[in-house]
Write a protein of this length. Sequence first.
Length: 144
Amino acid sequence: MSFQIKHGLFKLDFDFDFNDYHAIIGVTVDADIYTIQKRYKHIARILHPDTCSAVSASEKENAEQLLSKLVNPAYDQLSKTSNLREHLTLLELLARRLARQTDKITIKSKLAKQFNQASGDLHALYSNYVQKLAAIQYDTLEKP
C-alpha cells in the first residue's frame, strides 16, 4: 500500500481505537455525501474481486480484504448523514483534545511536515494534499 490508510496525513497514537474514515475513502473532512459516494465507487472498482487488476492471488485477496474490512465500513459510516455527523463530532472533540496536547503529536510524513510549516490558505493546501494521497492510495495492493 502506498501509505498507512488509517493514519491519513498525521499518525496519532490514541488510548482508544480510532479509524480515520475520511482518509480511508480519500476525501476531505468537509466532503459532501455525493463526493464520498463518487470516491467510494472509484475505490470499489479498483478493489472489487470482479474488476481488480491485481495479477497474483495474494494481491486479489488483499484487495478484497481492504474493500470488505476497511473501505466498506468507512463508506457505511460516511454515507449516512447521521453517522457522518457523529463522526465529524468525534473528530472535532479529538481535535480539541489534541490542541491541548500538542507535545504528544509526532509529525512523521513529508506531507504532514510541509502542512505543519505552511501558511496561507490551509484549507486549499489540505484539500490538495488529500487529493495527492487519494490519487496513489490504492495503487499497490501488497500488504503494508
